[in-house]
Design a protein around this ligand. Structure first.
Ligand SMILES: Cc1cc2nc3c(=O)[nH]c(=O)nc-3n(C[C@H](O)[C@H](O)[C@H](O)COP(=O)(O)O)c2cc1C
Ligand code: SF4
Length: 438
């Protein structure tokens, strides 16, 4: 029998950014135009740029790249009449483990992003914009480049767009596949041709960003939301989600569910509803632990099935909404091994600029391996927590902070699973010491 989600869960679906995803060929400009594409841009050009910034402020849109910073406020930080060039940079690096929302958006509906880029650039008075896409996503980069070419051919990019007097050039820049290049200042360094490592802040990108000029860096989903806000208005946008976390959000759900994928719901949907929308748990699997927004957000348990998944709800239970990359693990998954794999990732991706992250992850991955090899001690758990204390708030960028999340939250909720390895109740997963990187 096919699984049927409850009416309550189905009522949480709010297809806005995903509404064109199932329309055949929606990525082609003619189809996009037929489906209302580029009408928001025409409307935007009739408004003063400052009014567009105010509209985005009023909508309450918060950045979809992880931190949830208010987008209109970020745009408002760009100094005007400063005589400097302004830049818009779209963060399409999507490196947070478990996150899969920006790539499907760019594949299915690239013009929504291009249209959002043009409107956002007009609002902040930028005449050059770049989309920084992770290097492995060759398919999405090709699709975006084709969309950009089509937009130039139809006069949506280039000089005097639609007779508005506004000029914009847009390039799609492929990175080389480093997680740290998703961090906005490392991204800017990489875009300038340097090795991608975070910059010291302040000064912030709003005044000293790309080529030391005022720059807005926004996530793909953030920018793709803009045309809908222009068309629908701020009150319509606020009719979805919650008061402090308004709007729709693409949740990507993976792991032990029957139908992993992207589900767009108003902010504040619960995990119980998302699992229901994803066809329920796989047969024979019981929920054990999950991440609300990628591995950098502390994991939760089945106690939190009904907690609203908005910025406030997740902060209230000691975690973060992050990228809404919901990774679902069951009683058949080993939490110590999952934590080891995540720390191996952070160790591999640490850019090495600061000592707490470079050394902390090096040692944490070794200790976790030792525990999994049946050679761990009770002291190892204290050492892991001590390492986290020296990483959190002491790292140069949020990669180091994020690396502590899997360790501290797994020990908080599932210490017994560690003790099972340490006290010999569980057979070792590895033999011998960790040699090499991880
Ligand atoms: C290690 C690290 C990786 C990140 N990766 C991404 C990413 O892939 N995409 C993204 O949009 N933001 C990423 N961020 C967050 C960005 O620094 C920045 O906050 C975001 O692009 C701002 O856009 P928003 O305001 O639209 O959310 C990352 C941050 C860190 C510390
Ligand atoms: S926290 Fe890690 S990734 Fe960030 S600067 Fe330090 S070494 Fe590099």
């Amino acid at each position: 029998m096919t699984y049927q989600p409850s009416q309550e869960s189905l009522s949480k679906l709010t297809p806005v950014l995903t509404k064109r995803w199932l329309s055949p060929d929606a990525w082609k400009i003619d189809v996009y135009e037929r489906l209302d594409g580029y009408t928001a841009l025409r409307k935007a050009f009739k408004a003063h740029p400052d009014d567009l910034i105010q509209l985005v402020k009023d909508s309450g849109l918060r950045g979809r790249g992880g931190a949830g910073f208010p987008t209109g406020m970020k745009w408002g930080f760009i100094p005007q009449n400063d005589g400097k060039p302004h830049y818009l940079v779209v963060n399409a690096d999507e490196g947070e483990p478990g996150t899969c929302k920006d790539l499907p958006l760019m594949m299915a509906d690239p013009h929504a992003l291009v249209e959002g880029v043009i409107i956002a650039s007009y609002a902040i008075r930028a005449n050059f914009a770049a989309i920084y896409i992770r290097g492995e996503a060759v398919h999405a980069a090709r699709r975006l480049r084709a969309a950009v070419e089509q937009a130039y051919a139809k006069g949506y990019l280039g000089k005097n767009i639609l007779g508005s007097g506004f000029d914009l050039d847009l390039v799609v820049h492929s990175g080389a596949g480093a997680y740290i290049c998703g961090e906005e200042t490392a991204l800017l360094d990489s875009l300038e041709g340097y090795r991608g490592q975070p910059r010291l802040r302040p000064p912030f990108p709003a005044t000293h960003g790309l080529y030391a000029s005022p720059t807005v860096v926004n996530n793909v989903e953030t920018i793709a939301s803009v045309p809908y806000i222009v068309l629908g208005g701020s009150a319509w946008f606020r009719s979805m989600g919650t008061e402090k976390s308004p709007g729709p959000k693409i949740y990507s759900i993976s792991g032990r569910v029957n139908q992993p994928g992207q589900f767009e719901c108003g902010l504040g949907v619960t995990l119980r509803q998302l699992i229901d929308l994803a066809g329920g748990m796989k047969p024979g699997h019981k929920l054990k632990f999950w991440t609300p927004g990628g591995s950098s957000t502390p994991m939760l348990t089945d106690e939190h099935l009904d907690t609203p998944m908005d910025f406030e709800g997740m902060a209230g239970v000691g975690t973060m909404l992050g990228t809404t990359a919901v990774q679902v693990f069951s009683d058949q998954d080993d939490i110590v091994y999952a934590t080891y794999r995540w720390i191996a990732f952070y160790h591999h991706e640490s850019c090495g600029k600061c000592t707490p992250c470079r050394e902390g992850n090096y040692w944490m991955v070794r200790i976790l391996h030792r525990i999994l090899a049946g050679q761990g001690t009770h002291q190892d758990l204290d050492t892991l927590l001590d390492a986290c204390e020296n990483l959190l708030g002491r790292s140069f960028c949020a990669l180091g902070d994020g690396a502590t999340s899997p360790v501290t939250s797994s020990i908080k909720y599932f210490k017994q699973d560690y003790l099972d390895y340490i006290e010999g109740r569980k057979a070792p997963m590895f033999h011998g010491e960790l040699v090499g990187a991880h």
